[in-house]
Design a binder for this molecule. Structure first.
Ligand SMILES: [Zn+2]
Length: 369
């Protein structure tokens, strides 16, 4: 641990505080997304008595301590999960800035980590990895890997003549990269929809989504479905825009910025391959498990989550995540099964372990790897 100077301490503190605030927002996501409720409206309320939570009682971490973990109105216990998520997000954000230095690459990593935290806690509670999180995370991961590879490395910014020289000689296929990359980004989200449909046909499993909402009325269901369709539609449109942005900027700017665009192109291809391989391996495990055991041991959400992890962490990162996550899941699942004596059929939220492993790999992985 090298001595910290004042600016470094400020950056770390700032990351910690941002993490506490984002963690507070993640609590809303974790609570509402599985219930198919809007994360924007209405404001937060006590789950016990329904009283609106006042702004000054909504300060991350501090309010929980001041209120001694109880609702101001009805005295009901507030779940320890709320301050835990806030503190965890704060610490992870600080760790990312510690590792990556305060650059916008760290910002991309924070967004990815935030999405993993949401998935981990939702999976732990509901054994569910919602599409409204996995779809946008995948698109984000693909776009982030492209931009990071092209403009995130400090080498690109260093005033290095030899770099310009070699890149001018390099044979970068501008038109092909523009078209292929644009198509890749544009079809990423519809590709996820295709996986959903294909999986449905192959396994003929439809009930998962229904079970969740047994209590909900038909109108609530229709409302939630509409909101879900809108979100997926918006993500698709965003993917299309990313594709168009990539294609047009490559055609217009690549010839003058060969090195950056060549790296970005490389990043996009690597991310796509890693996502495909990570998703395929996970899906294969799902299929084998399904046929051997005769029930669904691993959800399709895990497959989509691993594709997103592959797109962001690359194939080495995805491989480490899968290995770490499975080992942790097997150990803890084994302990649980032993203690319950109910056999191995206890549903294990694998997404929980994959998400935790992905954050671990993100923080400990070789920089720029
Ligand atoms: Zn209350």
């Amino acid at each position: 641990m090298a001595g910290l100077n004042l600016p470094e301490i400020c950056y770390l503190l700032f990351a910690l505080l941002s993490g506490l605030l984002i963690g507070s927002f993640l609590n809303v996501v974790i609570h509402r997304v599985p219930l198919d409720r809007s994360i924007v409206f209405p404001g937060s309320a006590c789950p016990s008595c329904g009283a609106r939570i006042r702004a000054f009682d909504n300060i991350p971490l501090i309010s929980f301590i001041l209120l001694r973990g109880r609702c101001r109105d009805c005295d009901a216990r507030i779940s320890i999960r709320y301050p835990a998520v806030e503190l965890l997000t704060g610490l992870i954000f600080a760790a990312i800035v510690w590792k990556t230095a305060p650059t916008w690459v760290a910002l991309l990593e924070m967004i990815f980590a935030a999405s993993m935290i949401a998935l981990v806690f939702i999976d732990a509670r509901h054994q569910l990895l919602p599409n409204v999180i996995t779809y946008p995370t995948f698109l984000f991961a693909l776009a982030a890997s492209t931009v990071r590879a092209g403009w995130g490395s400090p080498i690109i910014y260093a005033f290095d003549f030899s770099l310009i020289f070699t890149s001018a000689q390099a044979d970068f296929p501008v038109t092909r990269a523009a078209i292929t990359g644009g198509v890749l980004l544009a079809i990423a989200v519809p590709g996820f929809l295709l996986i959903d449909k294909l999986d449905l046909i192959l396994f003929n499993k439809y009930f998962e989504w229904e079970e969740m909402n047994e209590g909900a009325s038909t109108e609530d269901r229709a409302d939630a479905d509409r909101r879900y369709d809108r979100l997926i539609g918006a993500t698709m449109l965003l993917g299309l825009l990313c594709g168009i942005a990539w294609a047009s900027s490559t055609l217009l700017l690549a010839r003058d910025n060969m090195a950056a665009f060549e790296n970005a192109w490389d990043g996009l291809i690597r991310a796509s391959i890693a996502a495909f391989v990570a998703g395929l391996i996970t899906w294969w495990i799902r299929a084998v498990y399904f046929y051997v055991r005769g029930f669904e041991g691993m959800g399709l959400g895990d497959v989509k989550m691993m594709a997103a992890i592959g797109a962001f962490l690359g194939w080495q990162g995805a491989f480490s995540t899968l290995l770490l996550g499975s080992i942790a899941g097997a150990i803890i699942g084994g302990i649980m099964a032993f203690r319950n004596r109910s056999g191995i059929r206890t549903a294990l939220p694998l997404g929980l372990f994959l998400g935790a492993a992905a954050i671990f790999v993100l923080i400990w992985m070789d920089q720029g790897g």
